[in-house]
Design a protein around this ligand. Structure first.
Ligand code: NDP
Length: 450
């Protein structure tokens, strides 16, 4: 019998909520996929018979552990570490590590679930995972950060490996933290292996890994605009965040001639009506990556306006790229963006747009590209780092950049294949969800009930 969306989606989501009470972010991530995959299963009843979606909403394994370490004053600190190994249907578990205060399991469950479909979309053989700890690196000394990373790895090492689970960085965990964790794993295992990605380039890291998420996002934007017969050059763009993803989005946007009006951080946003240029970007990188200071310093340095405690979505623009954190674009923000004539929204961060915001964008005909398609460039180059480590060779910047271009173009094609609607609107959410799902689901069908 043909299933009606509301007939099946509602009880399905009720079950999810009952089994995962209060886990708002996880509910949101599952809903966003289920709403597209459930109707799609009408054409492929085998997926429904084999309960593929039900199986995919239960992580393969969740590891929660204590991390005890000593700070510079000799006081004992205790944190909670996590690793959600969501699915290894198409390859070893792969996903980032997040060190942020107050980190909740529900956020990691949502991100690991998303990661499985994102990794599938890249076309590379990687399963999905996510992890981290409720540790705040801000204000900690180098020695404290190193000690924390070592103690975190002391436990995590039992559960990962180059053919099992290959963590990477994420918010609060950049190359420095990955390198400390790699050093600890190497010491414990007495083995030099590609167990983490995002390492320093001199010991197995890949060129353009740190740029890849941001660059990939702009390559996706170029594909999207080209398909819609529009140009990126000269377009006013509002970007949020000023971390790894945001600043590499800004770098590539400047490079291709777009006008970047804003960047933001956890304290507020900066507006530059003239558009951020290379000089300002270099200062931004120094302030955020080297000195770890607030954007207020940057605003003062160039006489720009700083808006404390505010998000940049009120600034009129044609393109918006949220690159900071989950749920940073609310329904009201979406209304404002639409009213101001925004034509495209790309999710550089993971799950940055609230569900109601996504619905508003799509209803208004705004091009909306979800994170799993827009920011897949980072994990794609992580996959390339794994390949280079296995082959014991290093590809050049040019080779990697070409591959990254290819991956993003392929993802765009896949989104069109399943997302192009009768009226010509490209539903990138649906295209990415279905395309990401099929590969994982087919692998699960083939491998039997395991
Ligand atoms: P970073 O830690 O480098 O940067 C995070 C940025 O977000 C900083 O500017 C930070 O400000 C800001 N921020 C943090 N919390 C808040 C908040 N509550 N409100 C407003 N701004 C906030 O992280 P990344 O750039 O690596 O990651 C950003 C997003 O992209 C995340 O969602 C991540 O999961 C996603 N992502 C990252 C990938 C990667 O390769 N790094 C790959 C794919 C997705 P402040 O400086 O004040 O802390």
């Amino acid at each position: 019998m043909k299933a009606c969306l509301s007939d099946e989606l509602k009880p399905f989501m009720e079950g999810i909520k009952e089994r995962n009470p209060g886990e708002k972010e996880f509910h949101q991530a599952v809903f966003e996929v289920a709403r597209d995959v459930i109707p799609f299963m009408d054409k492929n009843p085998r997926y429904r018979e084999l309960r593929i979606l039900e199986r995919l909403t239960e992580a393969d394994r969740i590891i929660i552990f204590r991390v005890t370490w000593e700070d510079d004053s000799g006081a004992i600190q205790t944190n909670r570490g996590f690793r959600v190994q969501h699915s290894n249907a198409i390859g070893p578990y792969k996903g980032g590590t997040r060190f942020v205060p107050g980190l909740q399991l529900c956020v990691l469950k949502a991100l690991a679930f998303e990661q499985t479909f994102k990794n599938s979309l890249t076309g590379l053989p990687m399963g999905g995972a996510k992890g981290g700890a409720n540790f705040n690196p801000k204000g900690r000394s180098e020695r404290e950060i190193m000690h924390f990373c070592q103690q975190y790895m002391l436990e995590l090492a039992r559960h990962i490996g180059p053919n099992i689970d290959i963590p990477a960085g994420d918010v609060g965990a950049g190359q420095r933290e990955i390198s400390y964790m790699f050093g600890q794993y190497k010491r414990m295992s007495n083995e030099f292996s590609g167990v983490l990605t995002g390492k320093g380039v001199s010991f197995g890291g890949s060129l353009i890994r740190k740029e890849a998420t941001g660059y990939g996002c702009v390559y996706m934007l170029q594909n999207v605009l080209e398909y819609h017969g529009k140009k990126l050059e000269g377009q006013p763009v509002v970007v949020s965040g000023s971390g790894n993803v945001a600043l590499h989005v800004v770098e590539k946007l400047i490079n291709v001639g777009a006008k970047v009006l804003t960047v933001s951080d956890s304290k507020g946003f900066v507006l530059d009506q003239k558009g951020i240029d290379d000089t300002k970007l270099n200062a931004l990188k120094e302030i955020k990556f080297e000195r770890h200071e607030s954007l207020e310093v940057f605003a003062k340095m160039f006489g720009l306006e700083f808006f404390p405690g505010q998000r940049p979505w009120q600034v009129p623009c044609k393109i918006a790229i949220p690159c900071a954190i989950q749920n940073e674009v609310s329904k009201a923000d979406a209304e404002r963006l639409i009213l101001n004539g925004c034509m495209a929204v790309l999710e550089g961060a993971n799950l940055p747009c609230e569900r109601e915001a996504v619905e508003l964008f799509m209803r208004a005909g705004v091009i909306f590209v979800p994170a799993k398609a827009a920011n897949a460039g980072g994990v794609a180059v992580s996959g390339m780092e794994m390949t280079q480590n296995s082959m014991r060779l290093s590809w050049t910047r040019k080779q990697l950049d070409e591959r990254l271009h290819e991956v993003m173009a392929r993802i765009h094609e896949k989104c069109l294949q399943y997302g192009l609607e009768g009226n010509g609107y490209v539903n990138y959410r649906k295209g990415a969800n279905i395309s990401g799902f099929i590969k994982v689901a087919d692998a699960m069908v083939s491998c039997g009930v395991v």
